[in-house]
Design a protein around this ligand. Structure first.
Ligand code: OSB
Ligand code: MG
Length: 369
């Protein structure tokens, strides 16, 4: 197939509740959608998970949009017999910009698989038709508000809870949630790089709460502090921001900087690189789970396909639509006994609802080749 056009569409979706982490707070999700049409009649959707500002990750939405427009789309459109499997290699000359690469790779994969009538789940090697999912709970103004939020999610059926932490919001909220909901609750924490190596003695105190893991306490490039923490902690250390490729994953594991990896396709450059990280980890018994970036239904569908692979043995940050949006651009994903169904239609298995997509759209640009 050959790419005939690439549509770059920005959408704005208000969050049902503000999402606060150690790096900032957000009330809305502005997402960049990439729609690829091909000369063989294929249509595919991709989602760029970059945020407005470079606080969680160096990449940011308007920058990723420019990278797609100026370099990635023209590079792929110049190939007359394009196959999705070639996309990572074709885009390798462009440094970094994994979020832009992931978005356009997802769109090409979706277009190719829709024409073939194969689901993304099947293509990636999924073994489950539904997956247990967790919920990521932001920092709240008060401890009461946190307990109320967690209670609500548990009532809805979530079986795993992740609390965002930062200095001043760690031992107390974790102790309170553990005491309020019992030892059986699968509980984990995510610091989004808020600590430094001098906090290692403090972080050791988290061991008493029986956490599933602690995610990314230190800076993305500080593997050494993660290694030192992992050696002193019973709680497994998990990396998010530090892992931008399968090579990063191999290095971190060899260094013993972590024993669990959060895989986010946007952060590592796509679903194909995500599968490589999965394969590397499963071959050595390292658990992985699928992270989330407050995706729209499009990214959520693709993440569910990935999370259905056999090595995803921990519940992901792939919550039901209602946890994020009152009205998404696709049909909602609904929690069923703590699980979400993995789409099984061709490609990512879901399409935007035209009226919802139109209502959320803030800009559209079509590049034709
Ligand atoms: O660190 O996992 C993170 C959202 C945006 C940026 C970074 C992170 C998150 C989440 C939310 O934790 C996960 C979700 O989509 O539910
Ligand atoms: Mg994280």
């Amino acid at each position: 197939m050959r790419i005939h056009s690439v549509e770059l569409r920005e959408v704005a979706l208000p969050l049902v509740t503000p999402f606060r982490t150690s790096v900032g707070s957000q009330d809305d999700r502005n997402a960049l959608l990439v729609k690829v049409t091909t000369t063989d009649g294929g249509v595919g959707w991709g989602e760029c998970v970059a945020e407005d500002d470079p606080y969680y990750f160096p990449e940011y939405l308007s920058g990723e949009r420019e990278v797609i427009q100026r370099w990635l789309a023209p590079t792929l459109a110049a190939v007359t017999d394009l196959r999705a499997a070639q996309v990572p290699g074709l885009l390798r000359p462009v440094r970094a910009h994994t979020m832009a690469k992931s978005a356009i790779e997802m769109a090409v994969l979706d277009a190719e698989l829709r024409v073939l009538g194969v689901s993304l789940a099947q293509h990636l090697g999924a073994v489950n038709s539904s997956v247990p999912v967790g919920v990521s709970v932001g920092i709240t103004d008060t401890l009461d508000a946190l307990v109320e939020a967690v209670a609500g999610y548990l009532e809805e059926g979530y079986g795993r809870v992740k609390l965002k932490i930062e200095p001043g919001w760690d031992l107390e909220p974790v102790r309170l949630v553990r005491e309020s909901f019992g030892d059986d609750l699968a509980l984990q924490v995510d610091a989004n790089t808020a600590y430094g190596p001098s906090d290692i003695p403090h972080l050791r105190r988290l061991d008493e709460f029986g956490l599933v893991l602690i995610e990314q306490p230190f800076a993305p490039d500080d593997l050494d502090s993660h290694r030192r923490l992992a050696a002193r902690l019973d709680t497994p250390v998990c990396l998010d921001e530090s892992i931008r490729s399968a090579r990063d994953a191999a290095t971190a594991l060899r260094m013993e900087a972590c024993s669990i990896i959060n895989i986010k396709p946007g952060r590592v450059g796509g679903y194909l690189e995500s599968r490589r990280i999965h394969d590397l980890c499963t071959s050595t018994g390292v658990p992985v789970w699928c992270g989330g970036m407050l995706e729209t239904g499009l990214g959520r569908a693709a993440n569910l396909a990935l999370a259905a692979l056999p090595g995803f043995t921990l519940p992901g940050d792939i919550s039901a639509t209602a946890r994020y949006y009152a009205r998404d651009i696709t049909a909602p994903f609904v929690l069923d006994n703590g699980r979400l169904r993995v789409p099984d239609g061709p490609g990512i298995g879901i399409e935007p609802d035209p009226a919802s997509l139109e209502a959320a759209t803030t800009s559209v640009e079509v590049l034709t080749y």
